[in-house]
Design a protein around this ligand. Structure first.
Ligand SMILES: CC(C)(COP(=O)(O)OP(=O)(O)OC[C@H]1O[C@@H](n2cnc3c(N)ncnc32)[C@H](O)[C@@H]1OP(=O)(O)O)[C@@H](O)C(=O)NCCC(=O)NCCS
Length: 189
């Protein structure tokens, strides 16, 4: 069982109910949710129910789920990383990677640092065979984090979302990294 994962600057830990205010604040920044829902904020009720769901997921699959990212030392909440099987289905061979960080820390490599640590953990300790990630085609920062984490472009596709947001006409993209590829190049540039 692992409860924490440390990187040079980050501590990844399980969410707790006490993170509700920080989750509401994170999604209260329209730049953060721009490529998620077009810039809408999350209600307190929604944040609470997401945390409740995430707490349940920790019990289902040890080592996988939504991980709060805090600054090492200060404990300041910076955002989160997702690392879990799509749809929550076994076996844990394929895992989806995602991330969302507070705007004030963007551009300093935090997303790449956390993603690489989760990928390493997944391939070396958690039995993961393939890591995948999706984002809107126009979300260039997210795509760059995927590339810097070693994921490779797989496909572009269009799917029906409940509502259209700016840039969604360009569709979505999928990136992936297999264990064999990672073993060949464990520390991508
Ligand atoms: C995506 C996100 C997590 C990246 O976090 P971060 O800590 O800034 O990421 P990093 O610093 O590790 O890397 C970002 C890279 O994207 C690049 N980048 C940022 N904005 C860009 C843009 N508009 N166009 C092109 N590249 C861009 C940066 O230059 C950097 O690449 P570099 O190191 O080669 O210069 C952050 O922007 C975020 O939380 N966005 C909102 C939520 C979101 O969209 N999540 C993904 C949804 S799938």
């Amino acid at each position: 069982m692992w409860v924490h994962l440390e990187t040079e600057r980050l501590l990844l830990r399980r969410f707790t109910e006490a993170d509700e205010d920080d989750l509401v604040a994170l999604d209260g920044d329209p730049e953060v949710t721009r490529f998620i829902n077009g810039g809408k904020s999350t209600s307190r009720e929604d944040a609470r129910s997401r945390i409740a769901r995430w707490l349940g997921q920790y019990e289902e699959r040890d080592g996988f789920g939504f991980w709060a990212a805090v600054e090492r030392g200060s404990g300041r909440f910076l955002g989160w990383f997702e690392f879990r099987p799509p749809g929550g289905e076994p076996p844990p061979g394929e895992v989806e990677l995602g991330y969302r960080l507070r705007r004030e820390v963007w551009g300093r490599g935090h997303a790449t640092e956390g993603a690489r640590a989760l990928i390493r953990k997944g391939f070396t300790e958690l039995g993961v065979e393939r890591v995948i990630a999706h984002t809107m085609a126009v979300n260039l920062a997210s795509r760059r984090v995927m590339e810097k984490s070693g994921l490779v472009f797989v496909r572009a596709f269009h799917q029906d979302w409940p509502e259209t947001i700016e840039g969604s006409e360009h569709g979505d993209v999928e990136y992936a990294l297999t264990r064999a590829e990672w073993e060949a190049h464990p520390e991508p540039r």
